[in-house]
Write a protein that binds this ligand. Sequence first.
Ligand code: C2G
Length: 130
Amino acid sequence: MKKVITYGTFDLLHWGHINLLKRAKDLGDYLVVAISSDEFNKIKGKKSFHSYENRKLILEAIKYVDEVIPEDNWEQKVNDVQEHNIDVFVMGDDWVGKFDFLKDYCDVIYLKRTVGISTTQIKRELATTK
Ligand code: C2G
């Protein structure tokens, strides 16, 4: 069984996230998604609209996602890859190069980011809608 992992906040889930998750799943047989905890989001300088628990509930309902684990820090990826016997690490290419150190442990693939949608854009446009 080929196992894939990806990381993210996945707040206000949108079609850009789904495009990423579908392509990530297509790279193997089993997809693990590590969702940033609310505390780690603070470290990332992000405040998500949905709590970790609710973002986890939503992701677990997606047919491409087989398992959801917490992302609590920047340092856990090597351990996650080893502990979960991961074959492929996937991220959107806004992260290109940032996780190449994982190439010692698994394949590292950066997928084209979906243009035209982002959680920040959703928040901004909703804030300006009368
Ligand atoms: N993404 C995408 N297209 C978009 C928006 C997001 O492909 N239009 C991808 C991102 O590239 C990322 C994933 O969806 O691979 C999740 O995006 P975020 O929730 O914004 O995740 P981020 O804050 O980048 O967290 O350790 C890694 C970090 O936790 C990544």
